[in-house]
Write a protein that binds this ligand. Structure first.
Ligand code: GTP
Ligand code: MG
Length: 139
């Protein structure tokens, strides 16, 4: 069932670089409503849980180290067709291949430090949103 919600987090490289406000502005101007938001930091263990699907990939340990290296800004977002539209707004995983005007094209540093996450399905959007936010933090 389409929930019209997606989950995102601004990653450590972009928070550290001071892009949080600019990225949130792009997200709101693209028509997404912020349902939940906070600033926090993952431990390496929790970063590993979040990206458990990549457990067997060669970059898994580097990804855990990077994702726990600084503050992140997780958010739940709402909009019609949220998951697909948000993936379009952030652009390709590798910023070198991201389209002009996308968040990753504008703000990502590298394939790994690529500024922002976006859920890849309605099911994962719900799981990932609940990983960070309780029901009373979602409005
Ligand atoms: P997310 O929205 O963060 O899930 O990115 P994605 O769905 O566009 O890509 P994917 O789920 O395949 O990879 C998760 C994250 O792992 C990426 O966003 C990168 O931060 C990192 N990553 C992916 N591929 C590589 C790689 O080949 N090398 C390294 N070092 N990191 C990678
Ligand atoms: Mg992914």
């Amino acid at each position: 069932m389409a929930t019209n919600r997606t989950f995102t987090m601004i990653k450590p490289d972009a928070v550290e670089a001071g892009y949080t406000g600019a990225i949130i502005k792009m997200i709101e101007e693209a028509g997404f409503r912020i349902v939940a938001i906070k600033k926090t930091q993952l431990t390496s263990e929790r970063a590993g849980q979040f990206y458990a699907v990549h457990r067997e990939r060669p970059f898994y340990n580097d990804l855990r180290t990077y994702m726990s290296s600084g503050a992140i800004v997780p958010m739940i977002l709402e909009k019609e067709n949220a998951v697909a539209d948000f993936r379009k707004l952030i652009g390709a995983t590798n910023p070198a291949q991201a389209e002009e005007g996308t968040i990753r094209k504008l703000y990502a540093r590298s394939l790994e430090a690529n500024a922002i996450h976006g859920s890849d399905s309605d099911e994962n959007a719900e799981i990932e949103g609940n990983f960070f936010f309780s029901a009373t933090e979602q409005y």
